[in-house]
Design a binder for this molecule. Sequence first.
Ligand code: HH2
Length: 311
Amino acid sequence: MLPPGRVAGPRYDRLQGVAPVAPRRASVVAVHRIMGVVNVTPDSFSDGGEFLDAEVAIRHAVELAEEGADILDVGGESTRPGSVGVDAEAELRRVLPVIDGIRAAGLDTRISVDTSKAAVAAAALDAGADYVNDVTALRGDPELAGLVADRGADVCLMHMLGSPRTMQDDPRYDDVVDEVKAFLEERLAAAVRAGIPEQRVELDPGIGFGKTVAHNLELIDRLDEIVALGRPVVLGTSRKGFLGRITGRDRPRDRTAATLATLVLGLERGASVFRVHDVAAARDALAVAAATLARGWPATTPRTTTRTTTS
Ligand code: HH2
């Protein structure tokens, strides 16, 4: 029996030895997930070139899974401000061996492929990916929506103003949150019209994609308004430039602590999926934030870590 005023929910059922209370925001009840970034690129803004070799990328992916990633987001094309993109062949040469290698290593962690191209998504899904993370929200390739619908894959639709090449050239909005929300609502409707069940769609405000520092901060602060659209919200703040502008940290890898602040704020406002480079740190920060909001913590570690080798 729970004491008066205390509620059980999906997250709290897993907690042992503590009686949970209602969270401050009802949406926090949903279980959060960590999406670990696996960039197989020479030019990503924070880790470009580090994991271009497939073996190194596979080892990195296995480590992220051991650290607590629920999803591994494998990408072969940088979308950093000013980037021009690569063709499907080059992207496939980068991501396919890594997806194959993750599955060959015996990991059953979900894999998303960070692509806007139907040819890349099709091959990635064949190789064992389950989820398409499209920063163009199905606007980049007319074939992609139909493919996602046919394959029954999950999809993330992200907001971006313009294209990566031009998006940071003086972005302007009357009300950034209202405009991002209207865009995501329209793209969700388009996805459903293309035959993708609404339950398979997640939404992302696209932090840093055609936004000033002030726009990013307002989106994080008012994230609950995006959550109100009723689909899980993905938050991708990890190591991004606006954190460097605020903290004075020039090197993206020095922005972990700054990133953690945004995760906690995002969780409290109801975000569900956190796309991060630093999975272990994110896992701890989110665990403590979630326990605080739930007024409870797991009596035992909820995740068992097993070592998997890729050789
Ligand atoms: N951010 C990046 C790439 N993909 N996908 C979603 N859904 N949300 C994001 O915020 C997002 C994303 C950019 O980060 P990163 O992959 O680290 O850099 P790059 O694009 O330079 O490879």
